[in-house]
Design a protein. Sequence first.
Length: 270
Amino acid sequence: MSRIANRFDDLARQGRTALVPFVTAGDPHPDVTVPLMHAMVDAGADLIELGVPFSDPIADGPVIQRATERALAHGVSLTGVLAMVHRFRERDAGTPVVLMGYLNPIEVMGYECFAAAAQDAGVDGALVVDVPPEEGGDLVAALRARGLDLVYLLAPTSTETRIARIGEVASGFVYYVAVKGVTGAGHLDTDAAAEKVRAIKARIPLPVGVGFGIKDPESAARVAGFADAVIVGSAIVGRIEALVQTPERIPSEIAEFLGGLRTAIDRVDG
C-alpha cells in the first residue's frame, strides 16, 4: 500500500479530513522550499502537493503563473525539485508528497527515468494535468512499476463516462476541481461541489480531494463537510508572493495560515 493510501486510511479511521497545501517548488527561492514543507507539516498538513515549474502552465491562474516564473528565474528544474523532496525526506519519512505539473519535463527526462528518480527521491505520486487517461498508458505503467500513484483531475463538467474512465486508472486519490476555470478563479459553490463529490464517490473507490476556490477557514470548513481532503493552492501562493522581499518570514506565516485552516477543519470533523 502506498504512503498516500496509508495516510488516507489513517485519517479515515480517525474521522479526520486531510489538509493538502500546494506550493510551487523554488518559489520565491529554492532555499525556502524544504523549510516551508516542514513548517506546513508542523502546522497540520497531511499531504503536500509540490508544483514543478513549467514555462507554459495552462491550467494555472496568474498567481501560480507568477510563482512559476519566480522559480524558473532561479533555474529550478524537475531534477532540482526531486532533490528538494530528497532533502525533505531526510527529516520526514511519513508525509506523502505528490508532484503536480505538466508532461513536457517528464517526457524530456523519460518516463522510466522519471519514475525511478521520483521513487528514489521519496515522491509518492504525480498529478500531470495535461495527460488524459486515454494518452497516459506509458506514464501509468512506469509509475505503477515503481509503486507511485497517478492522481487525476475531475471537474464540474465531467460526465459519468469520464468519471468511470478516471476510476479505471487513478490511484491514491482523485482531485475534484470545484470551480470552472484556472487556479484561483471563480466562486466556490459548495452545494454543487458536494453533489458532484457524491456522484464521484458512487463510481470511484478512492478518496476525493476538493480544490480551487478554497481561500480561508470558512471555505475550508464547508468543504471538509463532504470531501476527504481540502486542497489549498492559490491562497497560499498569494501569501508567499506578498513576502517575496522577506523570504525568511514565509515558513512561519504560511504555517500560521494553515493552522487556521486546520483548526476550522478539525471543528467540522469533531
